[in-house]
Ligand binder design. Structure first.
Ligand code: PPS
Length: 480
């Protein structure tokens, strides 16, 4: 077990930097954030920053209902009903969803700042094509999985009505709630759509300029530089990376994804206008400070820059990234039992820094389900295993109780206290799975039957659900 330590980096950012007009003045950190996590755009790395911030600052994150897996029932249009009731009302939302303005407005506080991220469409499409080669039928039916063959005649393979077809055509536009199959012959559509995006989103980050984007995000939210530290997550290993070396191929990708290409070009330009407003020198200086601080954290966690490893070589199960298929390697990091140099065990935050999306989501779900588990069983005496799980999952609890599990009277008191923390839960608050699924039209209750039963069933249901997270095939069932 990793021992939580509350020590922080001794590097401490100045609240504002001279010559940086948009650098945060000393005002409270903004904690209401809706991050639209688009696909294959470095969104997992941003999400991890937000999840860690939420944990550290005790801010509620909207998590998907179990029937939605770890995404908000994507590719459906987002609905507030897809949010796990224990995470209501949330202040941060950062898991995959298809943007739906009204529903997010209904869910999130009025002062929510909307942020998203775009990636250059050629690199993004190559990533999508590889990652979803087994899930998107348009890609699957191409002979030898050849991207060149697909791009030579996309319409021979693409069927807009098919499930997951959005991974093959203007995915950015789809994620933002737009019509990814809209005719390029309609000159009015995209400008109108862009205007709507600009109305809602305070910041559109650009994956190619990730660090500059984080600087603008920090200014927008008045966060400390320490809140922005990260390692890259969800990267493909070298074996799985294609190379779009030919200009002809790149041009075909841009033509096929014409709406995304124009969208990206527009927001890339507005991004650089924002950088200019913030002061180029100021942003560049802060990028250097951010990189230094990231390096410093990596030394504390890994003894230096961590080695990227295939999932099979990662000893810590919680750090093994999900693999979309046997043809694609998603690489990750392992934590050393003792940090080279200091010899100390890595801090809790190092685990979270390197934690893949599915595992972080599952971790947060487990934290939230504990109080529900006890509240859902009135009169039930807390069991020893409840305490052990709470102790493992709750860093604050661990830091209070130290290395050793306390005696039974203490853990029973604690568990009873937890029934009202962090979200008071009434037994009627959570819809039964069948009712939930019927209300969303998301399919039969099958795998979730008995989910809100007693704690043992709940635990088993949770494990099933975690296993389910590993398979997109199971997720498919919700859209059949
Ligand atoms: N910080 C940073 N800067 C630039 N690029 C980064 C960063 N972090 C992750 N990545 C790359 O983003 C790709 C994964 O994107 P997502 O996490 O959004 O994918 S997913 O849709 O959630 O599966 C994936 O790209 P590919 O490796 O090309 O697939 C990652 O390598």
């Amino acid at each position: 077990l990793l021992i939580h330590q509350s020590t922080h980096l001794n590097w401490s950012p100045k609240p504002s930097s001279p010559g940086c007009p948009t650098a945060p003045s000393p005002r409270p950190k903004h904690t209401s954030v809706a991050f639209l996590k688009t696909h294959k755009t470095a969104g997992t790395t941003v999400q991890n920053i937000l999840f860690r911030f939420a944990e550290q600052h005790d801010v509620t994150v909207a998590l998907p209902h179990h029937a939605c897996d770890h995404q908000f029932c994507y590719p459906r249009n987002f609905s507030a009903r897809f949010v796990h009731p224990h995470t209501l009302p949330p202040r941060i939302i950062a898991s995959h969803l298809r943007f739906q303005r009204q529903e997010l407005r209904r869910l999130m506080p009025n002062d929510t700042l909307y942020v998203t991220i775009l990636r250059e469409p050629v690199a993004m499409f190559e990533s999508l094509f590889t990652y979803y080669n087994q899930y998107c039928s348009a890609f699957k039916r191409v002979p030898n999985g050849s991207m060149e063959a697909f791009l030579a005649n996309p319409l021979a393979f693409y069927r807009p009505q098919e499930k997951f077809s959005m991974y093959a055509h203007n995915t950015l536009l789809y994620d933002l709630g737009g019509d990814n199959d809209h005719s390029p012959a309609d000159p009015a559509y995209l400008p109108g759509f862009i205007r709507q995006v600009e109305e809602v989103f305070s910041l559109v980050m650009i994956a190619e300029y990730f660090d500059e984007s984080l600087v603008l995000l920090r200014h927008l939210l008045s966060w400390d530089l320490e809140d922005m530290l990260y390692v890259k997550l969800n990267m493909r290993g070298p074996r799985s990376k294609g190379n779009v070396s030919s200009e002809v191929l790149a041009a075909r990708i841009r033509t096929w994804n014409g709406l995304d290409a124009q969208l990206y070009d527009h927001f890339n330009a507005t991004f650089w206008r924002k950088v200019a407003q913030a002061g180029r020198e100021c942003v560049a200086a802060e990028v250097r400070a951010l990189r230094r601080a990231c390096d410093q954290l990596l030394r504390r966690c890994f003894g230096g820059r961590p080695q990227l490893r295939p999932a099979t070589q990662i000893k810590n199960k919680e750090l093994r990234p999900w693999q979309p298929s046997s043809k694609v390697d998603i690489v990750g990091y392992d934590l050393p039992p003792a940090v080279p140099g200091s010899g100390a065990p890595p801090e809790e935050r190092c685990l979270k820094l390197a934690m893949p999306e599915v595992d972080y989501d599952a971790f947060l779900q487990r934290l939230l389900l504990h109080p529900r588990m006890e509240a859902g069983s009135p009169g039930r005496v807390p069991q020893h295993q409840d305490w052990v799980s709470a102790w493992i999952l709750d860093p604050a609890l661990r830091s209070r109780s130290g290395r050793h599990l306390p005696d039974p009277p203490q853990w029973m008191d604690h568990l009873q206290y937890r029934t009202s923390w962090p979200h008071p839960v009434s037994p009627t608050q959570s819809p039964e799975p069948a009712a939930f699924l019927a209300s969303t039209g998301a399919g039969g209750a099958g795998p979730l039957e008995g989910f809100w039963g007693d704690s043992e069933e709940l635990g088993a249901g949770l494990e099933t659900s975690l296993r389910k997270d590993r398979s997109l095939d199971d997720q498919d069932d919700f859209y059949d």
